[in-house]
Design a binder for this molecule. Structure first.
Ligand SMILES: Cc1cc2nc3c(=O)[nH]c(=O)nc-3n(C[C@H](O)[C@H](O)[C@H](O)COP(=O)(O)OP(=O)(O)OC[C@H]3O[C@@H](n4cnc5c(N)ncnc54)[C@H](O)[C@@H]3O)c2cc1C
Length: 390
């Protein structure tokens, strides 16, 4: 399949990683991006070993590490006192693949590699329609281009999915996320404040972690809330509303969360679980395939797993139908499981019943660490090779 040209819709983490994975194997790709430039929100992201091991195989990890922070631990705290409930190890001297960083820096590295490898990018170029059986894309500017294989990497609002798979639309998850970037000097004075800290409270949780090496700290504060009425999914919020949402939470934590000049509020959206993620010449990757509530930090990691899996299958197999079949076999189940698992985490984090809160303490620590470790130890490369070599 050496001469096949692949068309990628969207230049987010999934589209750019897929582009890098395919170009590295010698294929030609074009990314169509509706925005006038490749851009990400100014926010943090955590990348666990299941994603960073794949970035290593793509030759990207060293550069990503150079702009990342490598936390050693995750501390779990009680929402009002900040008292420690438990902790997990995420990195050690032998294995340090868990990274926290600025999304903009991650996407910049992916884009630079994509372009260096010779990838084509058409910005300000919205794909308005697809014909997956004929392999055609219609662009908003009126052009029609042929596309031998189409990768739908168009995110949670994916029209590719809506028009060609299950007609589903994103629905409000009943959770909103406050987020901001503060300075390390604003952090609450708890020991270990320079690590990943998660506060569990009734109907909400807050997580903060350093991003990169510039002394900045990202926070996300999740709250269960009523219907999301705003049209925008990411909008600047008012600090007084943040304080209202986190009434009775630790006062030092709240001073930290309101320290940045601007705070933002996102409505978190979901879609039902997909039944299929491939059709004719079209496959779905990343949030287009399995958007998830961001409570175990796996949406971006899944996008990287999808992209790597598709790239490897495509380079190893001659039969396109087999590539699509195995891609779906490997990715549909894992993506859907992660969607459900992420949802479940909210119930665990947000308990309010005092008996259940006490019981939860038994699970924070070794048991939670084991569960999270099993997610982080998944190796998409090995899984593909198992399928191919039997
Ligand atoms: C608050 C929050 C915190 C998170 N934290 C983490 C974390 O710590 N770790 C983690 O792994 N994940 C995290 N995630 C999830 C992660 O951000 C997403 O899963 C990931 O960004 C999805 O990437 P994507 O490439 O699939 O989609 P997107 O990043 O949404 O990219 C889609 C791209 O497609 C373009 N596009 C859309 N339609 C068209 C069209 N018709 N034509 C052309 N272009 C089009 C868009 O402009 C966009 O550039 C978090 C999410 C949220 C909301």
């Amino acid at each position: 399949m050496v001469n096949i040209h692949l068309s990628i819709i969207g230049s987010g983490i999934s589209g750019l990683t897929a582009g890098c994975a395919l170009l590295k194997q010698g294929y030609k790709t074009t990314i169509y991006e509706k925005l006038n430039k490749v851009e990400e929100a100014g926010a943090g992201i955590t990348l666990s070993g299941n994603a960073t091991r794949l970035l290593e195989r793509l030759g990207l990890l060293q550069q990503v590490k150079s702009i990342s922070y490598m936390p050693k631990k995750i501390f779990i705290r009680e929402f009002s006192s900040g008292n420690l409930l438990g902790s997990w190890n995420v990195n050690n001297e032998k294995d340090n693949k868990f990274l926290t960083l600025d999304r903009r820096a991650l996407v910049k590295i992916l884009l630079e590699h994509y372009l260096d490898f010779g990838g084509a990018l058409e910005a300000s170029c919205e794909v308005s329609a697809i014909d997956p059986s004929q392999g055609k894309l219609e662009l908003l500017d009126g052009r029609e281009v042929s596309a031998e294989i189409i990768l739908g990497c168009d995110g949670i609002k994916s029209l590719t999915r809506e028009h060609h798979f299950d007609d589903s639309k994103p629905v409000f998850s009943s959770y909103s996320a406050w987020r901001g970037i503060a300075d390390r000097s604003d952090l609450p004075g708890f020991q270990g404040n320079d690590q990943i800290n998660i506060y569990y409270g009734p109907d909400g949780h807050v997580v903060h972690y350093p991003i990169g090496k510039q002394g900045k700290v990202n926070f996300v504060g999740v709250r269960k809330s009523r219907a999301w009425t705003e049209e925008s999914w990411k909008k600047e919020g008012f600090k007084k509303d943040l304080l209202k949402d986190f009434d009775k939470w630790n006062s030092e934590l709240l001073s930290f969360m309101t320290a940045p000049k601007k705070v933002f509020k996102w409505g978190i959206f979901e879609r039902p679980r997909a039944k299929t993620i491939q059709k004719n010449k079209l496959v779905l990757l990343g949030d287009a395939a399995h958007p998830m509530v961001p409570f175990i930090g796996q949406g971006g990691c899944m996008a990287i797993e999808d992209a790597y899996t598709f790239g490897l299958l495509f380079s190893k197999l001659e039969d396109l139908q087999e590539v699509f079949f195995l891609y779906e076999k490997l990715r549909l189940k894992r993506g859907n499981w992660m969607q459900a698992r992420s949802r479940l985490q909210a119930r665990f984090n947000h308990l309010s019943n005092p008996i259940l809160v006490e019981l939860r303490k038994l699970f924070i620590g070794a048991i939670s660490q084991k569960a999270i470790k099993s997610i982080h130890s998944y190796d998409a490369h090995k899984e593909v090779m198992k399928q191919i070599t039997g």
